[in-house]
Design a protein around this ligand. Sequence first.
Ligand code: NAD
Ligand code: UDP
Length: 430
Amino acid sequence: MLAMEEDTESYSPKPSHKHWPRPLDYLLKEQRLMFILVGMAMASFFFYLQPEFTFSQRTSPLDHPHQQDRTLTNFQQDLDTSQHSELMERSTMAMMHNSGAKMPLGLKRKPLRIVVTGGAGFVGSHLVDKLMARGDHVIVVDNLFTGRKENVKHHFGNHRFELIRHDVVEPLLLEVDQIYHLACPASPVHYKHNPVKTIKTNVMGTLNMLGLAKRVGARFLLTSTSEVYGDPLEHPQKETYWGNVNPIGVRSCYDEGKRTAETLTMDYHRGDQVQVRIARIFNTYGPRMCIDDGRVVSNFVAQALRKEPMTVYGDGKQTRSFQYVSDLVEGLVRLMEGEHVGPFNLGNPGEFTMLELAEVVKKVVDPKAKIEHRANTADDPHMRKPDISKAKELLGWEPKVALKDGLPRMVEDFRRRIFGDQKEGSGAAE
Ligand code: NAD
Ligand code: UDP
């Protein structure tokens, strides 16, 4: 105790110490203490914000599209005070947004920086349209395996849009507020084409994107699938159902890949407090689907338009539920913006056998269209229909577009892409 007092004394300004009255001395010490405390508080405040600032300055391709290799010093010189305050405001807004906090009255929501992996694909490109329309900055990350530049080319030249050709199996550093992770081929023909690549995309791609989310504090949404239920023994499928999946079959690269992606997502959430969302998507159709991707709706529509027989696999009594793409996109955005982790089934509960689907396509495209039976593929689920009560209750979401209304919109797009200016039925392909 004595030693401590001596130590403290030795730091006091010796000459004046004798003359100052004790209370003033005490006040000065307290003031110094206050300075130290305030200093520490300010330092920790800036330390907390710094990763967002430095990272934005270093890697933000949206502010400096062609200058990603520029040094941090260059960017610091470029950033004037107003940009600094904009970044500060944006990161505060994003933190409020992601934490679900209410925006104070009179404050407009700042645009978010959002990455959409697989954004050049069918679903991704429609999601990008919605995010762009509400004024956000969107970075599409896509290796263009099944996606097409055409799907997003109407955004080229918009300063809020960027397309990065990149494989999610490799790590990527970006400063973003939200990550919609869609990158993965969805058609059975595509995902069976290179099964090892499919599982790598699901496992390593998801790990990389979760790592990014953790590093920059972004909210992460995984587009999982109804395939996690496998060939279901429960019907309709609720989120609580654990599924009936063959772990060694030809569909496993996708089914088990997505199941692992869900596991990783929950482990990053529980272990690293990453904000996550999980959507289990049921069969979705609409404009911009790949014409020859082998999925049933695209096959039937393209075949009927080309005056070829519609190929029904097996006896055609297996069922699926078909959701129009705009309904799905609405559900994904609600899920991302809401406060519930999920998983949530996002699908249209209307259930059709493949033979019934062929009848609907006949009505819309060509009443004379023929049906041809083909052998079915291995492990094809016998039935599928989502129970969407959880999404209805917690997200206030349900699909609005019935098959009979959505199908003509897709047929129009396919007609244009297949025939272009040529006469319909001449057999011209895309
Ligand atoms: P899609 O094949 O049209 O789009 C997938 C996109 O991901 C493509 O643009 C593709 O190029 C890209 N991609 C694939 N592997 C990649 C990789 N390694 N790195 C970067 N990009 C890569 O499929 P979609 O129908 O738009 O499906 C989008 C997502 O939704 C997928 O994750 C899919 O599993 C999920 N999903 C879709 C459906 C559906 O019916 N459409 C159903 C269930 C789940
Ligand atoms: N199917 C079909 N004819 C086709 C393509 C698919 O009858 O030309 C069937 C397939 O056997 C499955 C259903 O349609 O039962 C849905 O297949 P799809 O590949 O669209 O998606 P899945 O739900 O199997 O992932």
